[in-house]
Write a protein of this length. Structure first.
Lengths: 416, 416
């Protein structure tokens, strides 16, 4: 049996242990939901306060230049680029994940205008499918969103497919798709790829350029810890930037926004994907959140992520062996490409919803996804091995005491 | 001649004088650019800090329900509604002005699918025209953005026109279009109207429902003082809500977002115009900024706005009579509908750019818009009559000393 002493020894050896001090974490909480909303980095309140009181407060309108607000979408894009294997000028931090997906999907469809199929999988996060439906419907040119099962994606790529639109890490199962292999298959059929990195960016090293990916989007509020509804990002491979055009042609994507031409003319490079004045408060929060990553070795991050997830699986299987849990996440993680598992572990259980609520009552925050999936995110930045041990002890108690079997834990709230 | 003593007397009689204390205003600055970026309300730093440290910091993911984050787009929409003459459930605070314009323009075009013309004016803020161009181009159904001169709008409305898309208050001249009259003309021809309230909301009482307006958008970072790139809003008249559909169909516009259906099905009411997870930091900043308006009488606001603008015009014409300034803003303001002038005054001058820079050097912040327009915003919430007097004295000095005629003031920066 793995003991708490064993876990304490692992914590002592953990080269990333100090990073935990960079986060606000409530007393008595074991937070296993950083894959929904990362916790607040301690540097964020001061950075945002400085922006409000000193930059906005004292510099007023001149902050757009004096404090570099106008350049933040691209400057922060270059910082996110390091985490996702993109080059300088390939990433911008703007708008929301869904809206960025719309822009890049539109760009891809125009680059492959003779093809009509957007290929995705049924297990994709629904908002991505909805945005694709919205775009196809409105284009009115006979586009089709073709959905297949996750395992059939590569086989389903053919010469009808304009763009393969996938979320790299499945939000329910944590399974990671092989970006390089699928992108290669897409390119061999003349199709483009668009990757949603929502559960990838900051969870492990992504390598968009090595995979030869065409387009990508992602959010900052999960593993990047920039706060609820924080600004999203988008990636356009340099080779597509001159031709990638999209319909949300706002003034900050104009080649010369302050000329106030009446005719839109797209800016060069990634800038044409910017639309509106950026929300500066969200951008400076992300800035402070990315400072944490400046000290993180992404190889170390992956080693620890795998170790935490492996430990959780082993402990659940040891301590809750006969409680009806089925591992949904791939057992193998992968250390280098191709990765197989993200930084989460999901178990299915028929009473999953109530069990998750009983755990939350005890301060172990995970979440539940229909129909029966208990989802636990393991973020090496602020979780240790004893946290994993303690979480499983709580789970064992919840199961052995039948604590989940209470009416209070069975009322379904709108958001978990 | 109007004296500083006269202005001091007006300040003493000003029923809104105390509102100034609710804003952070730097020492030695007279801020006449609240029409570009409103100053920071003093309550914002504490409200945002509470959201970061207490809500996000302590409640983590549960903040979406526990702290009401999820409901803020509609709850804040109802608060903005009071300022723009809309009813409950007609306004949502989401995304950016440009993106909201895209959504509602798309909604309008679908409601009038047999018509192909978007009618606007050449003087409209360019990003609105760019978004219309982007949408028309991408729909590929022969839509046309037809641009006429501001004075020709009503006459140009005919049965080809699907939607009349206008900014109520001209960003350069401050002229206010007659919303009720133009909307009536549009409806008589079977067209819809879409109003951009960027320079209207918070500047004076807007009355969308009384004007029978169909759609509107606006921003929160000008007269609403919610900070740089703060969240935007949109309005859909209740009668159109069931049929208004738009292409940015993100998960939070779904009838049941947490069912994770693979097929989009729009929510009822204004909610279907919401797309993505909202940026909570920006929303709580707006919340604190709107608290200021809770104590503002909109009739008083208009009276003072007119008085400040009238005073500025009178003083410039008195003190700088032979300096080559030409009033661009309408001289008449209007106190009740139809309003003629917004809450700004613009003068044209061939050396306008350098003059504005010389004023900024002296702490009088206005802005410049090509080709020759000096633009000054007068916001009754934090400006007094002596501020107006002092600003004109600075202008007089700048002109009489030839201070503007310096190479340092002639280098054009990208943003002013």
């Amino acid at each position: 049996m793995i003991s708490r002493t064993d876990c304490a020894a692992m914590d002592r050896e953990d080269p990333m242990a100090a990073t935990r001090n960079r986060f606000i974490l409530p007393e008595g909480v074991i937070y296993l939901d950083g894959n929904s909303l990362g916790p607040a980095p301690k540097a964020v309140p001061a950075r945002v306060a400085r922006m409000i009181e000193r930059e906005w407060g004292q510099n007023l309108i001149t902050g757009w230049l004096a404090d570099g607000w106008m350049e933040k979408p691209l400057a922060l894009g270059d910082r996110v680029a390091r985490l996702i294997g993109a080059g300088p000028g390939e990433v911008a931090v703007v708008d929301t994940t869904s809206i960025n997906l719309f822009k890049l999907l539109a760009s891809a469809l125009r680059l492959r205008s003779e093809r009509k199929v957007i290929l995705s999988n049924r297990e994709n996060f629904p908002t991505d499918l909805y945005m694709a439906q919205g775009l196809s419907d409105w284009l009115g040119q006979g586009h089709e969103l073709r959905l297949v099962a996750e395992d059939e994606i590569a086989a389903a790529i053919n010469e009808d497919v304009a763009v393969v639109m996938l979320t790299q890490t499945n939000f329910k199962t944590g399974r990671v798709l092989d970006m390089a292999r699928i992108t290669k298959a897409a390119h061999e059929s003349g199709a483009l790829t668009l990757w949603d990195l929502a559960h990838s960016a900051g969870a492990f090293r992504v390598d968009l350029d090595a995979a030869n990916a065409d387009f990508a989007v992602g959010c900052s509020y999960k593993y990047l810890n920039a706060g609820p509804g924080g600004p999203a990002f988008l990636f356009v491979a340099e080779r597509h930037q001159a031709e990638a055009e999209q319909p949300l042609t706002g003034w900050l994507g104009h080649a010369a926004p302050f000329d106030f031409d009446i005719q839109f003319r797209p800016a060069e490079g990634i800038r044409r994907q910017v639309c509106s004045s950026p929300g500066v408060m969200g951008l400076v929060a992300l800035e402070a959140a990315l400072d944490v990553f400046d000290e993180v070795d992404l190889d170390q991050l992956r080693v620890k992520s795998n170790a935490l997830c492996d430990l959780f699986i082993a402990l659940v299987e040891e301590r809750c062996a006969d409680q009806g849990f089925t591992l949904v996440t791939p057992r193998e993680a992968g250390l280098v490409e191709p990765l197989i598992r993200g930084s989460q572990v999901s178990f299915a259980h028929p009473e999953g919803y109530a069990i998750v609520q009983a755990l939350i009552k005890r301060g172990v925050i995970g979440d539940f996804r229909d129909p029966d999936i208990m989802r636990f995110g393991f973020t090496p930045l602020y979780l240790g091995y004893r946290d994993v041990f303690d979480a499983v002890m709580h789970l064992q108690d919840v199961m052995e005491n039948g604590e989940w079997d209470s009416p209070a834990f069975k009322i379904r709230a709108a958001v978990t």
